[in-house]
Design a protein around this ligand. Structure first.
Ligand code: NAG
Ligand code: NAG
Ligand code: NAG
Ligand code: NAG
Ligand code: NAG
Ligand code: NAG
Ligand code: NAG
Length: 349
């Protein structure tokens, strides 16, 4: 191992490899003993064995990386713990490199010094890397009408192709690019979007939730008729993102939850105003206002009197809207019914 000529050859070879790119090829032209092996394709993290045949009268042998000597005979030159010697005998000289990464790509050369002349064998290592999404838009919340751009960048080798899909409700492919642009977004485009990065080796898939905020829209209030002393419920429903807060008014006066004999219960998009025991003073015009940070919407209802047929001395209440069991809450459906209600309402005063 101390032969200075040998080291001179090795170092000269290394310099050649570094400075001239492919000296092995040009050597092969004049030197029939030299071989250029096929590419070896491995996946990131795998182990590769580099084997070169020795032949009879080998005096010195070495494995070289693109720019440095990895092993010279049994002596390890590389400081990389992933590189180790497997076999060195008359037939073969094999080293292995574990846990391969992209930086290990390139040409590896086995240099053999026989009695007569140097001989080289080279191999090109290609490292494949599964796709990995490295830069993804996260939990986007926008207002309706905004221009939205979702981004999904992925690494991998070969370079992965990236696409976007709207998961719910459609499942349609919406972009075959790392950027998904949605101009002037509507509430119907809200949902879960999926980015997929795919190459020959594998795929990486991640989801992004896109929330579109919009101002409340309340559904028209339905007037409610209730018999004195019975229970009555006014319902107000609002479509809004984020969910609306509700306010209730009787005429101009705000109603709060702790008012006597009333209860306001909000569950998501629905607000219920319940009168446990309707009194004369409760009849009238109620307004529900739904509010979120983007705006508000309102609707009004009449809580009107329904006369129990048996107790009425003024007018016969229509049976159609009576609940005989005492629930006594109905929603009018005919103009004639409404008229009778209204008259009986007026006659109370
Ligand atoms: C080895 O890979 C390189 C780069 O991908 C390619 O240009 C070359 O043709 C391949 N050689 C062989 C022998 O497959
Ligand atoms: C080969 O050389 C490059 C630098 O030129 C280095 O980054 C890489 O880790 C080396 N590979 C091995 C297995 O030593
Ligand atoms: C992700 O993309 C943004 C916008 O293009 C950029 O500012 C950021 O540096 C990227 N992050 C990574 C980890 O690439
Ligand atoms: C959205 O993009 C369009 C066209 O590029 C532009 O005219 C409009 O002002 C943008 N809207 C917003 C809210 O940025
Ligand atoms: C409803 O209120 C009236 C008057 O305050 C009262 O007489 C009646 O007992 C109450 N009914 C119920 C079911 O609480
Ligand atoms: C109830 O009140 C609202 C708001 O004050 C008003 O717009 C509506 O006309 C009223 N309805 C009736 C029947 O008086
Ligand atoms: C109710 O909505 C109407 C428009 O639909 C608006 O003009 C009115 O000011 C609102 N009333 C309240 C009390 O917010």
């Amino acid at each position: 191992m101390n032969n200075p000529v040998y080291w001179a050859v090795l170092i000269g070879m290394t310099v050649l490899l570094m400075e001239q790119g492919l000296p092995v090829r040009s050597q092969r032209d004049s030197q029939s003993d030299n071989k250029v092996m096929d590419n070896i394709t491995v996946r990131q993290g795998e182990t590769v064995f580099l084997r070169c045949e020795q032949g009879d009268v080998v005096t010195r042998t070495a494995w070289l990386n693109r720019s440095s000597i990895l092993y010279a005979g049994e002596d390890k030159w590389s400081v990389d713990p992933r590189v180790s010697l497997v076999t060195l005998n008359q037939e073969e000289y094999t080293i292995k490199i574990e846990n391969l990464d992209m930086a290990d790509e390139g040409q590896y050369v086995c240099a053999v010094q026989t009695n007569s002349q140097p001989r080289t064998t080279s191999v090109n290592i290609l490292v494949q890397v599964p796709p990995k999404i490295i830069n993804l838009s996260r939990e986007i919340v926008v207002n309706e009408g905004s221009n939205v751009t979702l981004m999904c960048q992925a690494s991998g080798k070969p370079q992965p192709s990236v696409s976007w899909r709207l998961l719910s409700p459609s499942g349609d492919l919406v972009s075959d690019d790392e950027f998904l642009e949605i101009p002037s977004i509507s509430r119907r485009r809200a949902g879960s979007y999926q980015c997929a990065a795919v190459n020959d080796i594998d795929s990486d898939v991640q989801n992004v939730d896109l929330t579109v905020n919009y101002a409340p829209a309340v559904t028209d209030g339905r007037d409610v008729g209730v018999t004195l002393g019975q229970m009555g419920v006014l319902e107000c429903e609002a479509d809004a993102v984020p969910e609306a807060d509700f306010e209730w008014y009787k005429d101009e006066r705000r109603i709060f939850n702790d008012f006597d004999g009333m209860e306001i219960v909000n569950t998501g998009s629905l607000s219920k105003l319940t009168f446990f025991n309707v009194s004369d003073a409760d009849y009238g015009n109620y307004t529900c206002i739904a509010v979120n940070k983007l705006g508000s919407s309102n609707t009004s209802f009449l809580l009107y009197v329904v006369i129990e047929p048996t107790s009425s001395t003024l007018l016969q209440g229509p049976r159609a809207v009576q609940d005989g069991s005492g629930g006594a809450m109905g929603v009018h459906s005919h103009n004639s019914v409404l008229f009778i209600m209204f008259v009986s309402f007026l006659l109370r005063f």
